[in-house]
Design a protein around this ligand. Structure first.
Ligand code: GLA
Length: 385
C-alpha cells in the first residue's frame, strides 16, 4: 500500500484506513551535548531535543488488531493481534511502537485494537534516537487518547520499558526523557536517578556559534552486545567497590581504589565517573557563558569514549579530528557509538568550510560520504490533534 508523501498525515490515514485519526502526536529525536553512557548509572546527562520529529496518527478499532504502517520504513501494512503481543517478536521496527502499546496495555484497559500511521523526519540509524522519538510519540498519543494523565517522567519510563523488554535493548532513560521533556532554547540537565530536570539555556546563535551534527552514515546495532557489556562492567565496579552508584564516588576516591578492579572494569567505570563530572563542569561553563571551556569539556568526553570506554569508530574519530583541526571549539561522538553521529561546536561562518573538510577527509579515508545537519534545542513531545 503506497503513501502519498505530499498529503498530511491525517489525509494519508484516511486513504489507508478509511477513517480519520483520533489523535496525532509527535516526538523529537535528540543530540546529547555531554554525559554519554552514564544514564543507566544514575548519572547526569545534558541532551537536547532536535527539531526533527516522528509523528504518529492513531485511531481505535473495535477488534483486537493492530494495523501499523510507517512511511519511514517499507510502507507495508503490518497486522498483529493484540493477544499475540510478546517481547522480542515481530519485525524489528514495529517492536518500538507495539512495545509501547504492550507496556501501556494494563493502563489502557481496552479490548479493541489500533490503526497506526507513522511518519517523520528523524534520520534513521544516525544516532539521533529515532527509536525513542517513535516510542515517545506513541506513548504521548495513547496518554492523550485514553486521558491517562501520566506524568512526563513516567511516560519516559514506560517508553524505556518498551525498549528494554519488548525490543530487548538495555538502554538508559536519557533519550526518552529528553524526547518528552525537552524545551525550545534549552538543553535538559537530567538527573537519571530521579528524573528531576533543569533547563539550561543553550542559545548559541546570537553568539555566532553553531552546533554541526555529522552523521557518519555508519549504522550501529546497539542490541549487538557491546553496549550491554560495557554497562555490565560499570555495574560490576559498583558491586565490587560496595557503593550505591558510580555517581557516589569522587574521581580521586575512585582512582585510589583502582587496584580493587580488573583493568577492563576499571577503565570503563573510569569513563563513567569522569563523564558525570564533565556534565556538571559543562553546565557550570554554560552558566558562565564560557563556550571555550564547554568545547574543551565535550572534546574530553570524546577522548574518554574513544580511549577508555572504546565505543567510537574510525569515522567518528575522523569527523571529530577534522572539526578540531579546523578550529571547532569542541567536538565529540554522541549516543551509543560504533557509528551514528558526532557533534562539533563551531563558529557559524565556518559551517560550509567545515562540511567540505570533513567530507574530503571521509573521501580520503575511503569512508562513505557523511551527512550534515545543524540543530538547535527544540520542543519535546506534543499532541498535534
Ligand atoms: C543510547 C541509549 C541511551 C544512552 C546512550 C549513550 O542512545 O539509548 O540510553 O545510554 O546510548 O549515552
Amino acid at each position: 500500500m503506497g503513501i502519498k508523501k505530499i498529503a498530511t498525515i491525517g489525509e494519508n490515514f484516511l486513504t489507508l484506513f478509511g477513517t480519520t485519526p483520533e489523535i496525532v502526536a509527535a516526538a523529537p529525536g535528540r543530540v546529547n551535548l555531554v554525559g554519554e553512557h552514564v544514564d543507566f548509572l544514575d548519572g547526569f546527562v545534558l541532551p537536547f531535543a532536535i527539531e526533527a520529529v516522528t509523528t504518529v496518527a492513531i485511531a481505535r478499532r473495535a477488534d483486537p488488531k493492530i494495523r501499523i504502517i510507517s512511511s519511514q520504513q517499507t510502507s507495508e501494512l503490518i497486522t498483529v493481534n493484540m493477544a499475540d503481543l510478546a517481547p522480542m517478536t515481530g519485525e524489528a521496527w514495529t517492536r518500538y511502537p507495539i512495545g509501547v502499546i504492550w507496556a501501556m496495555s494494563e493502563l489502557l484497559n481496552f479490548k479493541g485494537g489500533f490503526d497506526i500511521l507513522i511518519d517523520g523526519n528523524v534520520p534513521l540509524g544516525a544516532g539521533l534516537s529515532s527509536s525513542a522519538a517513535l516510542e515517545c510519540a506513541v506513548a504521548t498519543a495513547l496518554n492523550e487518547l485514553f486521558s491517562l494523565n501520566i506524568s512526563k517522567p513516567d511516560l519516559a519510563r514506560i517508553a524505556q520499558r518498551a525498549e528494554n523488554i519488548y525490543v530487548g535493548m538495555p538502554c538508559g532513560i536519557m533519550d526518552q526523557s529528553v524526547s518528552i521533556m525537552g524545551e525550545k532554547g534549552s538543553a535538559l540537565l537530567l538527573d537519571c536517578r530521579d528524573l528531576s530536570t533543569e533547563h539550561i539555556p543553550f542559545n548559541i546563535s546570537p553568539l555566532g556559534l553553531e552546533l554541526l551534527v555529522i552523521d557518519t552514515q555508519v549504522h550501529h546495532e546497539l542490541t549487538d552486545g557491546g553496549y550491554g557489556e560495557r554497562r555490565a562492567s560499570c555495574e560490576k565496579a559498583v558491586t565490587v567497590l560496595g557503593i550505591t552508584s558510580l555517581r557516589d564516588i569522587s574521581v580521586p576516591d575512585f582512582v585510589a581504589r583502582a587496584s580493587e578492579l580488573d583493568e577492563t572494569t576499571y577503565i570503563r567505570a573510569f569513563h563513567g565517573v569522569t563523564e558525570m563530572k564533565r556534565v556538571l563542569d559543562g553546565v557550570a561553563a554554560l552558566r558562565a557563558g564560557d563556550f571555550k571551556e564547554f568545547g574543551a569539556i565535550i572534546t574530553a568526553s570524546h577522548i574518554s569514549l574513544r580511549d577508555n570506554y572504546t565505543v567510537s569508530c574510525p569515522e567518528l574519530n575522523v569527523a571529530v579530528e577534522t572539526a578540531l583541526s579546523l578550529g571547532a571549539l569542541g567536538s565529540r561522538m554522541i549516543g551509543g557509538g560504533y557509528g551514528g553521529s558526532a557533534i562539533a561546536l563551531i563558529r557559524a561562518e565556518q559551517t560550509e568550510d567545515m562540511k567540505k573538510a570533513i567530507a574530503s577527509a571521509f573521501a580520503a579515508a575511503g569512508f562513505i560520504a557523511p551527512r550534515f545537519f545543524t540543530s538547535l534545542p527544540s520542543a519535546g513531545a506534543r499532541v498535534i490533534k
